[in-house]
Design a protein around this ligand. Structure first.
Ligand SMILES: Cc1cc2nc3c(=O)[nH]c(=O)nc-3n(C[C@H](O)[C@H](O)[C@H](O)COP(=O)(O)OP(=O)(O)OC[C@H]3O[C@@H](n4cnc5c(N)ncnc54)[C@H](O)[C@@H]3O)c2cc1C
Length: 381
């Protein structure tokens, strides 16, 4: 596999790094203060073509490859996991439209997703069903030419901002011949009667990201809003989430690198027992681990992204990258905190935020236990 970056990939990686330092980092400080969605930042990022990075040119997108996306995402994640995740969810949703939506829905949503005028969201999780997606109780029942939806989703990212639209919603639409639930996905325009924004969650991190409950009470959408075929929802989710899991590898690589950068700087400055703590081997071991796992996660993620870009089936690799990267990201945030001693407890130090952000990567986009089950299944268990 060729890992040499094309001039375009290298240029976008550089541009993302510069934009992250100049624009995203200060916006992250603001998000931590006001807990508001960063509209201005999203607009500037979109103007660079990043909202539509993977959207085909015919819909106004930049039509770039997943490897370029992964490179840019790692750069963003080094300064803000929050903004990285806002972008990641949007890209995932646009990708689902590009692959599974009807021509009419593509024509309506892909151009406004490409410009960033509208923000994508994906609603699968329910209060009583997360990992066990098939346990969902949200139902869509056919009524003439429409579907009538009732149920509640929770934790959904990006769904309640002023620019949210075109939610991809998963709902049970009946039973398959084998007795299992048929799960289908629908496009829900933001202004659909019966679609209500519920409670917004008070979180420990990712403050600029909108996460909330979504309520559906006799919410009626036309048959044309069904994405793909009836009952194909879980298969679409699995396909779509491959890119999402690879993206979590890039976010992990960015977070581990950020932990290393902050910890190395701190360890060289901090004096204990008359020497910088970086001179002590127990501290060096932590720094060496962070450097190793940042690089290993980065390379493994690029490998999986290359498979995905070449159209090679990569369910196993996507799950492995997610499992490996996020596990080591959590460990890196703990080690970075430990190296900072009591200062790691203080909000003034970035590692405090890293510590609050890291663990959730092991839960989102399918928990790490679920990734282990997928990998074991691919091994023939
Ligand atoms: C900030 C945030 C943003 C989110 N954004 C979205 C979003 O945009 N869209 C969306 O649909 N969802 C979203 N989610 C939901 C997220 O995907 C779920 O939280 C996640 O899938 C886990 O589901 P759960 O929380 O219900 O945990 P559960 O499924 O209840 O799991 C609890 C624990 O049990 C373990 N477990 C479950 N089943 C098994 C098993 N068979 N074997 C071994 N262990 C098992 C899990 O791994 C976990 O450790 C978000 C969540 C958060 C907190």
């Amino acid at each position: 596999m060729n890992y040499e970056l094309t001039p375009e990939q290298a240029q976008i990686q550089r541009m993302s790094r510069e934009f992250s330092i100049e624009e995203i980092e200060p916006a992250q400080v603001q998000m931590d203060k006001d807990h508001e969605f960063p509209y201005e930042l999203w607009k500037k990022w979109s103007e660079l073509g990043m909202a539509g990075m993977l959207i085909p040119e015919e819909y106004g997108g930049s039509d770039l490859d997943p490897v370029t996306y992964i490179l840019a995402l790692e750069e963003v994640s080094r300064v803000s996991n929050t903004f990285a995740l806002i972008w990641q969810v949007h890209v995932l949703v646009a990708n689902i439209y590009a692959r599974f939506a009807s021509q009419e829905l593509k024509d309506k949503y892909l151009p406004i997703f490409a410009t960033g005028e509208k923000l994508g969201a994906y609603g699968l999780t329910e209060p009583g069903a997360g990992s066990d997606a098939a346990g969902m109780i949200t139902k869509a029942i056919k009524d003439g030419d429409d579907w009538v939806i009732n149920g509640t989703k929770t934790f959904i990212s990006n769904a309640g901002t002023d620019i949210s639209d075109g939610l991809v919603l998963m709902a049970a639409t009946g039973e398959k011949p084998n007795g299992k639930k048929a799960i289908s996905s629908f496009c829900i325009p933001q202004d659909t009667p019966g679609f209500k924004l519920g409670q917004s969650w008070d979180k420990m991190a990712w403050f600029g990201m909108d996460n909330r409950e979504l309520v559906f009470e006799d919410c009626r959408v036309p048959d044309g809003n069904l994405m793909g075929t009836e009952g194909a929802g879980l298969k679409q989710a699995l396909d779509g989430l491959n890119l999402g899991r690879i993206a979590f590898g890039a976010i992990s690589a960015g977070l581990i690198q950020a932990c290393l950068d902050e910890s190395l700087k701190y360890a060289k400055d901090r004096i204990a027992f008359g020497n910088p703590i970086s001179s002590y081997q127990l501290i060096q071991a932590k720094l060496a681990d962070m450097a190793t796992y940042a690089e290993a996660t980065r390379q493994f993620t690029l490998y999986a992204a290359n498979l995905h870009a070449s159209g090679v089936p990569c369910h196993k690799e996507a799950s492995m990258v997610k499992l490996f990267g996020t596990r080591h990201a959590t460990q890196a945030t703990l080690d970075a905190y430990q190296i900072h001693g009591g200062y790691g407890f203080m909000h003034e130090y970035k590692v405090n935020r890293f510590f609050r952000e890291g663990k959730m990567l092991e839960i989102g986009e399918g928990t790490n236990e679920i990734q282990q089950l997928f990998i074991a299944r691919e091994l023939g268990c």
